[in-house]
Design a protein around this ligand. Structure first.
Ligand SMILES: Nc1nc2c(c(=O)[nH]1)N[C@H]1C(S)=C(S)[C@@H](COP(=O)(O)O)O[C@H]1N2
Ligand SMILES: [Mo]
Length: 198
């Protein structure tokens, strides 16, 4: 049964690996904020403080998670804030087709607007009924379960609305701009016309 849930080339490891590039950032609630900037409809940046973000309405998403290094974690129950809530607070310019999600220390991943607003995409604060652990992205991580997990940015601090697509951290380093695991879109050399920035 579980086999049919796995995209091509993926396996279920023993345990639940934690991986990221660089160090785990400290969380300082007094200075933490999450901003929505770039091509907003108003032209202004919108900032959520920690108390503001923490009190936004939450929803649950049950989803699998596929890392490009080939392990998959099945049945994660994420709880957090829908991208629709951010879009409502800070509407994008009508020309916005892409977003960049920014983390602490400059890590980033770009998404098509359609992937950002997909039903499974979430800004998660909880995993399996507990606040995220620091190493899994506390206080807030993106979850984009239908794409390879490097797009699921931990320690999110900003969302940038883009009028033109731009590559994020791994997308600039040889990884696929779209990253659909069901199509094994692992590397940038596999990109078809229209799948990458102009
Ligand atoms: N900020 C940040 N987010 C990140 C990464 C990172 O290096 N920095 N690594 C990504 C990769 S490649 C994977 S597989 C997942 C791992 O998530 P996990 O540690 O919860 O398993 O986080 C993603 N999010
Ligand atoms: Mo990964």
């Amino acid at each position: 049964m579980e086999q049919s849930r796995l995209p091509p080339g993926q396996y279920v490891p023993r345990g639940r690996p934690v991986i990221h590039y660089g160090r785990v950032p400290p969380f300082r609630p007094e200075s933490w904020d999450l901003s929505v900037f770039g091509a907003t409809a108003s032209g202004k940046e919108h900032r959520f403080t920690w108390p503001e973000f923490e009190s936004l309405p939450r929803k649950s998403v049950l989803a699998d998670f596929h890392c490009v290094t080939k392990f998959s974690l099945l049945g994660n129950e994420w709880r957090g804030v829908s991208p629709a809530t951010l879009i409502e607070a800070a509407p994008p310019d009508p020309g916005v087709r892409h977003v960049m999600i920014w983390a602490e220390y400059g890590y980033s991943a770009n998404l098509r607007m359609s992937d950002f607003t997909a039903p499974g995409t979430l800004f998660a604060l909880e995993l399996d009924d507990k606040p995220l652990s620091l190493d899994r992205g506390f206080p807030v991580r993106a979850v984009v379960p239908h794409l390879y997990a490097w797009k699921s940015v931990k320690w999110v601090r900003a969302v940038e609305y883009l009028l033109e697509d731009r590559r994020g951290f791994w997308e600039e380093r040889g990884y696929h701009n779209v990253a659909d695991p069901w199509r094994e879109q692992r590397y940038s050399h596999q990109e078809e016309p229209g799948e990458g920035p102009p």
